[in-house]
Design a binder for this molecule. Sequence first.
Ligand code: CTP
Ligand code: MG
Length: 394
Amino acid sequence: MSIPQRSRVAVVVVAAGSGTRLGAGMPKAFVPVSGATLLEHAVASIRRMEHEAQVIAVVPADRVDESRALLRSVAQATVVPGGASRQASVAAGLETLGDDVQTVLVHDAARAFTPTALFDAVVAAVESSGEGAVPGLPVSDTVKRTDAASRITDTVDRSELVAVQTPQGFPRAHLVEAYALATEEVTDDAALVAAAGHPVRIVRGDALAFKVTTPADLVRAEQLLAASSLTPSAATVAVPRIGLGTDTHAFAADGELWLAGLRWPGEAALAGHSDGDAVAHAMVDALLSAAGLGDIGTAFGTDDPRFAGAHGEVFLSATGELLAAAGFRIGNVSVQLIGNRPRFSGRRAEAEQMLSGILGAPVSISATTTDGLGFTGRGEGITAIATALLLPAD
Ligand code: CTP
Ligand code: MG
């Protein structure tokens, strides 16, 4: 994959720390939460930014190859080895900025659940002001100053304080200059840029941009994803995603055949609680499965009397709405129908047009027989197998 060198924005994701306080026995960015590493979660959120950004992942030196492989499916990323301190790691990332980059965001991989909207907001603030912008939240606890013996010496006025997060964004020239001038170690980039004499403003942060630091933060992260997996979305999973669905129906003694969204006069009907449209049902399962939204039974309760006799179109358009609400766009759906009847080829174009129209995405259908073998060969029923590809919504 080629790296987008012409991006105007770059995000340096620092992931080279050892995660001592987490104590997971591996570098923090490689700790999995709900099946993906913190690094993957962080990059997945960046990948959905409004403007295509150059993503620079700074990782432990012995994990460069592994990280490249890990990120390949998430985003096009430049992967470089980090240094002994966070500051050294950021500096390593800055070495690889593309020529056209004007705005640089620095982000902790440990803030893996930072919403994409915060990245976009920081970019917008930097670009509109020409100054650094960092997300911050008001401090809710009362803050005390103490002496060496842990005695309180005074109470700090909370209204003057903000807890800052990442991504921290800066005009490229400010950040590069600040790093060139840096003489001491600091824990965030805003401090260096301010020390170099450039203004930095606070934009509204987000509680979801919390940093995974201790085991309790990891529990919080797991709970967060468990809750959001009940309503998965393109914001919480890596896309593209594929899904598979199959459906089988027996021929019925009477009724009319509905298949691939079309009525087939004179053909034997299929049995089923709804209209028995195996093609449409396999497509729905493939689409829901790709999104991680369950299947046709869990999504629509196909035993529900409201769906008695419902046509495939009802399920397909409802599925399209569920996917859109979860932030997905359908790439395409491919279906194969297996059975002796109806002879499909004569109406293939009509069926493809009908189903593509319902979903707003290309649907292709092939049909085959099983050489007289099995229940389809004996003409007892038909099966359909579908695959679907989902992309992030535009
Ligand atoms: N970081 C880095 N290179 C370092 C140290 C830290 O890239 N040498 C990154 C971490 O991977 C993390 C971010 O800076 O994403 C914030 O640092 P922190 O939360 O302190 O992470 P760790 O240093 O890994 O954790 P700990 O301090 O508990 O060891
Ligand atoms: Mg640290």
